[in-house]
Design a protein around this ligand. Structure first.
Ligand code: FMN
Length: 349
């Protein structure tokens, strides 16, 4: 079994230290486990690249614009190596700082480039099922088999704030970035009061928490999604899918609520002690964490895309008119070096 660590903070900072504590503990728990790590902010990716060659295309070739990229020399590209590291891993521990209440964007850029629709385990499951049933649309469908292997996840985040209002979107964002993989999140936490690099070591409870997360990861590694258990903490009324407590109010006159993090739906109910808490739906078709939710969402966007495409010809001249409007681009040294000053719209088609 292999555990991949992804550090999404400054080099030699709190995230790196917590990650190394967790990976070391994982090996102490099971010496057969191997580990490796990636520093997300150091990954090199070309400017606005087209998706990697051979990447999953859930539109089955019909959404061409998603495949566009800016023409640049872009010789250095770490995306494939990062993707392979993620797909090879049996478990992933992400250790991240918090910037402006969320994970720093380096990780989001990576997952937007190689994750999301390009790593959609729901679509792959559905496509393989349709292929097996003889659906001609999927007759030639092939995918990287590593996408379907059991995988577990753990999230550790540190913030400088002494109060939780400053990291309300930290774990919710993390849940969404990795939902495409259909890997079970078995533990997650935010450590607050960690401002300066290394300050995580001033808080022994936090380093112990990182070790506990490692133990939890090791105990669930190798188990299929439905068997792996969530071993982290959760507040009363927390979403039963992502175990987080950020809710949106639906104003549907039925006290409906949605989970901000994963999309599950529920209803506010008065409990016996007079308190009001969400009661979450079972077998959610809305949560992006359930296979059912992923598949239904995939089918919906496919059929919506087909309806949209049937009307695109009607607006093509208006579209070209708008795209032809000349507004000066701010001169950027990187784009001038690539000869892109006035032709950023030049794409790989
Ligand atoms: C640009 C920037 C924005 C930050 N925003 C937040 C924030 O919104 N909430 C918070 O709790 N900490 C915030 N912090 C503090 C860091 O999350 C904290 O110092 C963290 O432990 C840094 O991790 P690292 O050492 O791995 O980089 C911010 C730090 C930086 C540099």
């Amino acid at each position: 079994m292999h555990i991949l660590g992804i550090c999404n903070g400054s080099l030699r900072g709190n995230s790196e230290i917590l990650l190394k504590i967790a990976l070391t503990e994982a090996q102490a728990q099971d010496p057969t486990i191997t580990t490796s790590w990636i520093h997300a902010p150091s990954l090199v990716m070309p400017l606005n690249p087209a998706p990697l060659v051979g990447t999953l295309d859930i539109s089955m070739g019909s959404n061409k614009s998603q495949m566009n990229g800016t023409k640049t020399s872009g010789a250095l590209d770490d995306r494939r190596a990062a993707l392979n590291a993620i797909l090879d891993a049996d478990a992933i521990i992400v250790s991240s700082a918090i910037y402006s209440h969320q994970p720093p964007g380096f990780l989001k850029v990576l997952m937007d480039r190689i994750g999301g629709p390009f790593l959609d385990a729901g679509f792959v499951t559905e496509a393989l099922e349709k292929k097996a049933k003889g659906d001609p649309q999927f007759a030639k469908f092939e995918c990287d088999q590593r996408l379907l292997k059991p995988r577990v996840l753990g999230f550790m985040m540190t913030g400088g704030s002494t109060t939780p209002d400053q990291f309300s979107m930290a774990l919710p964002s993390m849940q969404v970035y990795f939902s495409c993989l259909h890997a079970k999140v078995v533990d997650q936490f935010v450590g607050q009061n960690c401002l300066d690099a290394g300050s995580v070591l001033l808080n022994p409870d936090l380093t112990e928490r990182a070790k506990l997360l490692a133990k939890n990861i090791v105990s669930q590694t190798g188990k299929p999604y439905d068997e792996a258990k969530y071993l982290g903490t959760s507040e009363p009324g927390a979403c039963t899918y992502c175990h987080l407590s950020a809710i949106e109010l639906f104003r549907d006159n039925r006290n409906g609520v949605g989970c901000v993090s994963c999309g599950a739906r529920g209803q506010l109910v008065v409990s016996e002690d007079g308190g009001i808490l969400p009661q979450w739906e079972k077998d959610s078709r809305w949560s992006c964490l359930t296979l059912k939710g992923k598949i239904i969402h995939g089918e919906e966007i496919m059929s919506w895309g087909a309806r949209e495409r049937s009307k695109i010809a009607d607006i093509s001249s208006e579209r070209d008119q708008w795209l032809g409007v000349q507004i000066p681009l701010v001169p950027l040294p990187s784009q001038m070096a690539e000869g892109l000053t006035n032709s950023i719209a030049t794409v790989h088609l």
